[in-house]
Ligand binder design. Structure first.
Ligand SMILES: [Mn+2]
Length: 352
């Protein structure tokens, strides 16, 4: 496995000097942040990122994300042109040494949470989603400002987008994803890049907006659209794992055995009785996901893709981008390293 850590570029309060000090750290997961979705990434920006990362003894070989513009997801008349730009970005990333590109196909908003700094008993804070706090809200009538939602949209733009997605529904979204994949995957194959789609977070419709990268049936469907290792998953344990219907160790074993996981996001969540969830420390004991079983499944299927500790809590007085502090993610990386070492050595022992 290739251990990695997300870095938001020069504005990230966490320095590359600190990231490189995390034991076994290999790759920095980053992106070009100075252009809007749907624009071509300037080569100078890619070259600069590569230079910054490499001068700190790390590799820049994985990108998260190249965002997919709404025009592609909605299949508007701009979709073909935007897809061309997307393909050009894949080629440019390849030119600067990128081997894996993460993206998602979530309409309008990425992840949905109701609070980003919920205090736990131990004083740490984390991201949570409580259904209680969403009840009764109607995005077509109410002004909704959920934390982390793109504030660049006006409320009326949000309403228009939500209506447009409701109109195309799940099947419309599938059709547009299919069209997109059939264009981009051959380009990725040619460039030696694996495209890794991130599941919807949470993996079910919110406010009636369709979501499709959600469960095992749908992941099977996605992978069969283009049967190629360039069409792979970014398997985010926390995103898929906040729904009871997803058996994460089983899914990891299945897709890793097929060599269709390019990137693992390892995140712990605690699922509550009413479907609400809290992000927690990475260790199995702290939440609903059995991290040992997840890593064991990876090791036993010979996984050699990228891994990163996903969201961490804010601990030890740290402040910064919610979910992306240094300390708890570094603890997560150390724990994940430990699980891999134990599983790999156990595996060798069993083979003898
Ligand atoms: Mn994730």
């Amino acid at each position: 496995m290739k251990m990695s850590f997300r870095w938001y570029g020069e504005t990230d309060p966490i320095s590359l000097e600190y990231i490189r000090q995390i034991p076994n750290m290999r790759s920095v997961v980053s992106a070009v942040y100075d252009v809007k979705p749907g624009e071509v990434w300037p080569e100078e920006s890619l070259a600069k990122l590569k230079e910054q990362v490499e001068s700190n003894g790390l590799l820049f070989d994985i990108v998260e994300s190249v965002p997919v513009p709404e025009g592609i997801k909605l299949g508007t008349e701009r979709a073909a042109g935007l897809t061309e730009v997307y393909c050009e970005n894949i080629r440019r990333c390849a030119k600067y040494g990128i081997k894996c590109i993460t993206y998602n196909f979530m309409p309008v908003f990425d992840w949905t949470r109701t609070q980003l700094d919920k205090k736990a008993e131990d004083g740490s804070t984390s991201l949570v989603m409580y259904w209680e706090q969403l009840k009764g809200l109607d995005p077509l009538k109410d002004d909704i400002h959920l934390p982390g939602w793109d504030a660049s949209y006006s409320q009326s733009e949000v309403r228009e987008l939500i209506s447009a997605y409701s109109a195309i529904g799940e099947e419309g979204l599938w059709k547009n994803l299919e069209c997109f994949l059939k264009k981009i995957i051959p380009v990725a194959e040619e460039c030696g890049i694996r495209m890794a789609i991130h599941p919807d977070d949470p993996p079910y419709p919110v406010f009636g907006i369709p979501r499709i990268i959600t469960n095992e049936n749908n992941l099977d469907r996605l992978l069969s659209i283009v049967n190629s290792e360039a069409n792979s998953l970014c398997l985010c344990t926390g995103s898929l794992g906040c729904a009871e219907f997803n058996d994460i160790p089983r899914m990891v074993r299945k897709y890793s055995a097929m060599n269709r996981i390019a990137f693992m996001h390892i995140r712990q969540v605690q699922l509550m009785e009413d479907g609400s969830f809290e992000e927690r420390g990475h260790i199995s004991k702290c939440g609903s996901l059995d991290m040992y079983e997840i890593v064991k499944a990876l090791v036993e299927t010979g996984f050699d893709g990228y891994v990163r500790p996903d969201h961490g809590r804010m601990i030890w007085g740290e402040s910064g981008k919610p979910g992306y502090g240094l300390y708890d993610r570094a603890l997560g990386a150390a724990y994940i390293n430990g699980l891999f070492e134990a599983c790999e050595k156990g595996n060798k022992h069993n083979e003898k």
